[in-house]
Design a protein around this ligand. Structure first.
Ligand code: SAM
Length: 327
């Protein structure tokens, strides 16, 4: 069990950045709800939709396209949380999985989830690490890594790094460190354009820096910010995220920075276009029904408010270029 006193002491000992502490404490404190309780969540439709999006992205980018005879992948999941994506990685034919998160309690829950997985399991290891402050070499020293990762995944996590350039560089270093050339970096983040569209269309609101509805709220510290880092807002999502500080991801700036780490953008699409485009695919359309995102008549399980919250995000993929090739 997790000792609250110990947590408090750790908090006092801890001298570094306040916000990443807030984030870890927040996720550590989230109960590990079982299936039953999750079904009662007021945002269950939204959660299912996010799971469908991640399944689609994992199916599109989380398997080897270049080696048909060797389709199994080695995955590094940064910000793995409670391991909610483990079944998706199993379906994608993962050969080995490494999960890392800053929240020790979540990491333990992810490990337990893996242990309780039915059917044949891929080998998996789990580590607690602040991926924006420390190097993955601390948990995976070079001589322990038998072969590089094919995929690095960061789901609903990367935006927390955009507090500072240093954190984003550390995360990029961690992404690229053991990613093989040709390997993929796939993730989901809030879509800055969407956030600002909401903010700017919110002329009726009492607070010109805030928007939201019954299930979520976003409140910016400021509309304009002099840097692509540290542009902070507070995010609240009913039954999931309580007032946690997040940072705007300025996409073009991120793409330019990622190039320094040999990461080249291959895909970037907001959730509403992923939803529109990918349900054209028969397999993904069937998955929408199987995952109960939509019923047989094509009605979404999400209400308007959940739909609005869901569509704030985007999915992306980068490919690692060969550093030796000079590209
Ligand atoms: N990827 C999981 C998923 O999609 O279900 C969890 C997403 S949750 C919204 C965000 C996760 O990012 C939390 O588990 C949190 O602890 C983790 N996180 C935040 N800052 C982190 C950091 N500096 N290093 C590692 N993980 C971090």
């Amino acid at each position: 069990g997790y000792d609250l006193q110990e947590q408090e002491q750790a908090r006092k000992r801890w001298k570094g950045n306040h916000d990443s502490r807030t984030v870890a404490d927040h996720y550590n404190a989230r109960p590990n709800t079982d299936r039953e309780a999750r079904r009662d969540s007021p945002i269950i439709g939204l959660k299912k939709f996010n799971n469908w999006i991640k399944s689609v992205l994992i199916a599109k980018f989380g398997r080897r396209e270049d080696a048909r005879d060797q389709p199994r992948v080695r995955v590094l999941d940064l910000g793995c949380g409670k391991g909610g994506d483990l079944p998706k990685w199993a379906k994608a034919g993962t050969e080995e999985y490494v999960g890392v998160d800053i929240a020790a309690v979540s990491v333990e829950q992810a490990r337990q989830r893996w242990q309780n997985m039915r059917g044949p399991r891929f080998p998996a290891t789990f580590f607690t690490l602040d991926c924006f402050e420390s190097s993955v070499e601390e948990i995976l020293p070079p001589d322990s890594v038998m072969f590089p990762f094919d995929v690095v995944s960061m789901q609903f996590c990367m935006h927390y790094a955009f507090e500072s350039e240093h954190k984003v560089r550390t995360l990029l270093e961690n992404v690229t460190r053991y990613l093989r050339p040709g390997g993929v970096f796939v993730g989901t983040i809030p879509d800055a354009k969407n956030l600002f569209d909401h903010l700017d269309n919110n002329t009726e609101a009492e607070d010109p820096l805030a928007f939201g509805n019954a299930v979520y709220s976003v409140k910016f510290d400021a509309r304009e910010w002099p840097s692509p880092y540290g542009h902070r807002y507070t995010f609240f999502l009913q039954d999931a995220v309580e007032e946690v500080p997040e940072y705007v991801v300025y996409w073009d700036n991120f793409v330019a920075l990622a190039a320094e780490y040999h990461l080249s953008p291959r895909y970037c699409a907001d959730f509403s276009s992923i939803f529109a485009d990918e349900q054209e695919d028969a397999h993904f359309a069937q998955l929408l029904r199987r995952m109960n995102v939509m019923d047989a008549e094509g009605n979404a399980e999400m209400d308007e408010d959940q739909l609005d919250a869901a569509m704030l995000y985007l999915g992306f993929a980068f490919v690692k270029l060969d550093p030796e090739a000079g590209d």
